[in-house]
Design a binder for this molecule. Structure first.
Ligand code: PLP
Length: 481
């Protein structure tokens, strides 16, 4: 099995942090009113079908939108075709796809060899039977081959479910109470982890509809802050103990707040010292960084690993949790399982469709070296963006972890709660993100929330260079403040 990774050079985290601090302390460099009007004009002229669909959706769907990762200004684009590096909308426009469905499609969109295996399966047993299927075993064994620490694997329906399961298993296994997460990280939307979301230190700011009790045993520490982590572990020890520390290995929000290369190993040491389980949320990094995941790349073994996205190869039902035999024993399955068991499940969990798609996608990713090729595309894009940012004298910040590329233009996610102007800056910088996302799309490039880019194996040099030309058309209209 390959152990190659898509990160060719680790980002210089202190230098990036200094640039991000500068970005949030200088005025925004954004589109003028006239430029915004011109981009809105482009949408009006070229996307009438999406506009009509958006109006129809308003009546049937809350807020008119089911997915919002691509941002929605002036209205969401309705996609009818996905193919390799491209998305095509209802009006016949073609875009370079750097959203990548939020991350799972490292092979590129709608990859034919995987689709063919899925179609074969559908023609036979259909998507679901509720009975065991060989693809469940094949997928679990393959994950173990790539990540030897995952001795057993339980397939679930989403990353959110997998996080819930991991937390429950950690408590069942340790008999301890508290959960510590790293501020800013997204671990899905279940009650216990909607805390310190997006902007580190914001605690329960986004916890509408969640009773305080559900969050009573959750706390956050700022990214990279080992001293506070130690202090919290020590404080928790006298109050029920810490069942788990959960983290995204490249840093919260897929590295939006990057952590230094030694951070995960230091957290591992602290978990061992205090008898807490270490949970790696590899929903994004799992197989995208390399087939060994972040745990292979960093050489750090978590007690539990949370999977999502790639684990079903870009098909629905993408979630799972894995770990050592001992910890995974809390997930004993079947109606007759006995003992101290963490109850989890799902009618459609581990269905043949998701498992078949995941199995064949992972095989293909390994055979084609997709994570490394996607990482090289990310490197080329980041280098090109850095060149454009310098050429146009913009305060923007770009860096990448292989195929996870960051492009921070407004700095909204890096505002600090301790900044006295936090609430004054928040609105305009958030708006700017929507405007930039709209401008990029009008120039032919769809990004994730205007600030993150996932590259795939389908992103050839020509695709990346085309995308850079699109970014340049936006950047060269912006005057540095
Ligand atoms: C790091 C991380 N964890 C968990 C999740 C939740 O996964 P899902 O959307 O499948 O519930 C996500 C989703 O984006 C994620 O990025």
């Amino acid at each position: 099995m390959t152990s190659r990774y898509g990160i060719s050079e680790y980002p210089d985290v202190p230098a990036i942090q200094a640039c991000l601090a500068r970005l949030t302390s200088t005025p925004v460099a954004t589109l003028t009113k006239d430029q915004l009007a011109a981009y809105r004009g482009w949408y009006e002229e070229h996307t009438p079908g999406s506009r009509a669909a958006a109006a129809e959706a308003e009546a049937a769907i809350p807020g008119g939108i089911q997915h919002n990762l691509a941002l929605n200004e002036p209205w969401p684009l309705h996609i009818v075709k996905a193919d390799g590096p491209y998305l095509h909308d209802v009006d016949g426009n073609r875009y370079i796809d750097f959203l990548q469905a939020g991350g799972p499609t490292v092979l590129g969109s709608n990859y034919a060899p995987v689709r063919n295996k899925v179609l074969e399966l559908l023609a036979g047993c259909g998507p679901v039977t509720g009975m065991p299927h060989s693809s469940e075993i094949a997928l679990a064994k393959l994950i173990h081959d790539f990540m030897p620490g995952v001795q057993k694997f339980r397939m679930l329906g989403s990353g959110t479910e997998a996080v819930m399961a991991a937390i429950r298993a950690a408590r069942a296994c340790t008999g301890k109470t508290h959960i510590i997460k790293i501020g800013g990280a997204y671990h899905g939307w279940s009650d216990q982890v909607v805390y310190g979301l997006r902007i580190p230190g914001t605690g329960s700011l986004e916890a509408a509809g969640i009773p305080a009790g559900a969050l009573a045993a959750t706390s956050e520490v700022l990214p990279g802050d080992l001293e506070t982590l130690r202090a919290k572990l020590a404080a928790n020890a006298a109050a029920g103990g810490t069942a788990a520390v959960i983290l995204e290995p490249v840093g919260p929000e897929s590295g939006t707040y990057p952590v230094t290369r030694d951070f995960n190993a230091s957290v591992r040491d602290l978990c061992d010292e205090f008898g807490a389980l270490l949970v790696f949320d590899e929903v994004v990094t799992g197989f995208r960084l390399g087939m060994g995941g972040a745990q292979g790349y960093y050489g750090v073994s978590p007690d539990l690993t949370v999977f999502g996205k790639c684990v079903a190869g870009g098909y629905p039902g993408a979630g799972g949790v894995g770990g050592s035999e001992r910890v995974m024993a809390t997930f004993a399955g079947g109606l007759t399982a006995a003992g101290q068991r963490a109850l989890i499940g799902g009618t459609l969990s581990a269905n043949p469709l998701s498992c078949t798609a995941g199995y064949h996608a992972l095989l293909e990713m390994d055979a084609t070296d997709a994570p490394v090729r996607a990482g090289a595309a990310g490197d080329r894009l980041r280098a090109g963006l850095a060149g454009l940012i310098a050429r146009y004298g913009l305060p923007y910040v770009t860096y990448n972890f292989g195929s996870i590329v960051h492009l921070h233009t407004s700095g909204v996610l890096h505002l600090s709660l301790s900044d006295p102007e936090f609430f004054d800056k928040l609105g305009p910088r958030k708006d700017m993100l929507g405007h930039m996302s709209m401008a990029f799309a009008a120039e032919g490039v769809i990004t994730l929330a205007g600030s993150r880019i996932y590259t795939s194996m389908a992103d050839t040099d020509d695709v990346i260079d085309d995308a850079l030309a699109g970014f340049e058309r936006v950047f060269n209209t912006i005057t540095p403040a």
